[in-house]
Design a protein around this ligand. Structure first.
Ligand SMILES: NC(=O)c1ccc[n+]([C@@H]2O[C@H](COP(=O)([O-])OP(=O)(O)OC[C@H]3O[C@@H](n4cnc5c(N)ncnc54)[C@H](O)[C@@H]3O)[C@@H](O)[C@H]2O)c1
Length: 339
């Protein structure tokens, strides 16, 4: 088979909520094929494999010694670093769901292992593949807002007690954090994508209504490298929950997004389509399309085949994790934290 015809063989690890999105997205890409699936719950794994007509791997070792080129990691966040590092050391590229990992040390180990093995560890941030998010980023880069002044993201979500009950979600070890590290990371990552890196944070996080080890309510005042200020709010404690709201404001104009819709544009010479948000994923975490994943996987598969540069790297994802960890540190110490 010539290089142009080579398909990247991907093994799916984990068979829960997000694994469905991964299988649908991979099935929609010509240059890859699914090698099979492995999950640590054999019954669930068998059922998942039957649903999509996939081969079942019965252990991680079987995946590592197979001829697959890549794994895609749909397992709880606390497993990401160890499995990613082991996979790269066994010669596999990795796609890893958000968050990349739960500590600075874990993020650094992933980045070091990529360098040492020459393998890719590609983290997921599917909102970076939204047309609207990209248009807003482009407008910022073209100077349409003038000097940016206030750039904020508000994520007032609701999750029920049953969402957390008996699950890895809400635990320190496997979730690493709550409303920010799990649910809010998407909004925080696109804020960084559009505005740039954050220089310092002053924050307070609390666990107000859920019986969990991590925060369900958080607020941070942030200062970007470029000088703009902003606010990050994240919660799973707000009934009934509101759509994620992103506000980019500057000396020449301002804009607001709700979920993926641009709902307000007051920027001179910026012709963006205004629409009404109808997404429900601020209430139901599985109520979104797999299109964002498909677009990002397309870039990742092309990067593995040497056809494109990898757009979203582990280094970039690590900055988002480090920002969230800085928010936790500021809350713990009461001090402003410099990144
Ligand atoms: N990008 C997104 O929008 C998005 C949405 C939801 C979840 N996620 C992320 O995806 C990951 C999984 O979340 P989920 O909601 O699908 O969880 P889930 O609990 O529904 O599924 C987790 C799966 O992993 C399996 N598993 C657990 N430990 C394992 C191990 N050591 N080896 C092999 N399999 C193992 C479980 O059996 C289960 O099948 C999390 O990191 C989460 O943050 C991302």
């Amino acid at each position: 088979m010539s290089k142009a015809e080579k398909k990247v063989k991907v093994a799916v690890i984990g068979c829960g909520v997000i694994a469905d999105f991964h299988v649908k997205a991979l099935n929609a890409i010509d240059d890859c094929e699914i090698a099979g699936v492995y999950g640590n719950l054999p019954e669930q794994c068998k059922e998942f494999a039957e649903k999509y007509n996939l081969k079942v791997f019965t252990s991680m070792e079987e995946v590592f010694s197979s001829d697959c080129d890549m794994i895609t990691l749909c397992t709880p966040s606390g497993t990401h670093a160890e499995i990613s590092v082991n996979a790269m050391k066994r010669g596999k590229h990795v796609i890893v769901e958000k968050p990349l990992a739960l500590t600075v040390e874990e993020c650094d180990e992933i980045i070091e292992t990529e360098k040492a093995t020459g393998k890719i560890c590609a983290p997921i941030s599917q909102l970076r593949y939204s047309d609207n998010v990209r248009q807003v980023k482009k407008a910022v880069e073209a100077g349409k807002f003038g000097k940016l002044t206030l750039c904020s993201v508000y994520m007032k979500f609701y999750r029920s007690e049953s969402y957390y009950a008996g699950s890895w979600r809400g635990t320190k070890k496997m979730d690493g954090g709550g409303a920010l590290m799990n649910q809010g990371i998407h909004g925080i990552d696109i804020l960084r994508y559009i505005v740039g890196n954050v220089k310092s944070v002053q924050a307070k996080v609390s666990t107000l209504v859920h019986n969990i080890e991590v925060e369900d309510t958080a607020v941070a005042a942030i200062e970007f490298d470029r000088g703009a200020l902003g606010v990050i709010e994240g919660a799973t404690s707000v009934m009934p929950g509101y759509p994620r709201r992103l506000e980019i404001c500057g000396e020449k104009g301002s804009l607001a997004m709700e979920e993926d819709a641009i709902v307000k544009v007051d920027v001179p010479d910026l012709d963006l389509k205004i629409s009404k948000n109808d997404a429900e994923n601020f209430k139901d975490p599985a109520a979104f399309s797999f299109e964002g994943h498909r677009r990002q996987f397309n870039n990742i598969i092309n990067a593995v085949l040497g056809k494109e540069k990898l757009e979203y790297t582990s280094k970039d994802a690590a900055e988002t994790v480090k920002l969230i960890l800085s928010i936790y540190k500021s809350s713990e110490t009461g001090e402003r934290v410099y990144l």
